[in-house]
Design a protein around this ligand. Structure first.
Ligand code: PAF
Length: 282
């Protein structure tokens, strides 16, 4: 396995793979690799000939007062985990490689990126879209694997690839969960034992939302209120938002119909967690 630190070297290595007829699979991450990331790698390995994992904690997607400084980092562990998972190339650039000077050009996906996480975290998706565009540009033609855990990000990235004509097929992969429903996330590592015990409240809230829809509730505000109530009952949780929206474009119709996405964001102690599930309102 090759560890690469520059964009030029990354582009060269993958051009060479493609020249030998190999399909490239890309798994972009911010490191602190867990079983959720490894599921993306596994899918990429099953569907592609060569797999590149990028590990870069992207400062552009963290707002002032967010957790950039304390975001979990474990470069040696990530390299080892990637090696064990059969990854072919790990791209681990220093910040100066990705942003050698002030960032004057950025990518904004309007509409899709404005609500939910976009509303709670100003500039977040612009940071995500910009770094993903830089990775797509360097990697070139590939299939790129993103987790549904960041559902809004998945839609933003899919739209960005289409709008900017990147030769990238964006593949969404199902969220990996602990036995009690907690979605795997690098940020889970920061939960105290009490907070960890409280954290599955996000999943329970979404299940309650899904049950409400199953029982015939179609008013999106009612479904959101059901989810908010479940989170509100957990003393260690502070709700940021609970929403029931159209799964294709995240718009919030008053009356739900067809494919629906239920999304929740909450702070458990000082750690902000997000999660979502899909369901149908027949
Ligand atoms: O999902 C993530 O880990 C990040 O947002 C991504 C896509 C790697 C961009 O920094």
């Amino acid at each position: 396995m090759q560890v690469i630190e520059t964009l030029e070297e990354l582009a060269r290595a993958l051009d060479k793979e493609r020249a030998s007829g190999r399909q490239v699979g890309l798994v972009p991450t911010m490191g602190a690799l867990h079983a959720g990331h490894l599921a993306l790698v596994e899918r990429a390995r099953a569907e592609c000939d060569v797999v590149v994992v990028t590990v870069f904690v992207n400062p552009l997607q963290f707002g002032p007062g967010e957790d950039l400084a304390t975001y979990p980092r474990d470069e040696a562990g990530d390299i080892e985990a990637a090696r064990r998972a059969g990854v072919d190339h790990v791209f681990l650039p220093p910040v100066e490689e990705m942003y050698p000077g002030p960032v004057l050009t950025s990518v904004r996906v309007s509409g899709l990126a404005d609500g939910l996480e976009g509303a709670s975290r100003a500039g977040h998706f612009e940071g995500v879209a910009t770094v993903v565009a830089k990775l797509f540009a360097a990697v070139g033609r590939c299939r790129a694997y993103f987790g549904e855990k960041d559902y809004q990000q998945l839609l933003v990235v899919r739209r960005l690839a289409a709008d900017l004509s990147f030769p990238v097929e964006v593949v969404g992969c199902e969220t990996v969960r602990e036995g009690d429903g907690l979605a795997l996330s690098s940020r889970n590592a920061r939960l105290t034992p009490e907070e960890r015990a409280a954290a599955p409240v996000l999943y329970r809230a979404m299940q309650a939302g899904r049950s409400a829809i199953g029982a015939g509730e179609r008013r999106s505000r009612r479904v959101a209120a059901v989810m908010a109530e479940v989170v509100g009952a957990e003393p260690l949780a502070r709700l940021d938002y609970a929403a029931a929206v159209d799964a294709s474009d995240l718009t919030g119709p008053a009356v739900l119909a067809g494919d629906v996405r239920l999304l929740v964001a909450a702070r458990i102690g000082s750690t902000r967690l997000i999660d979502n599930i899909g369901t149908t309102a027949p």
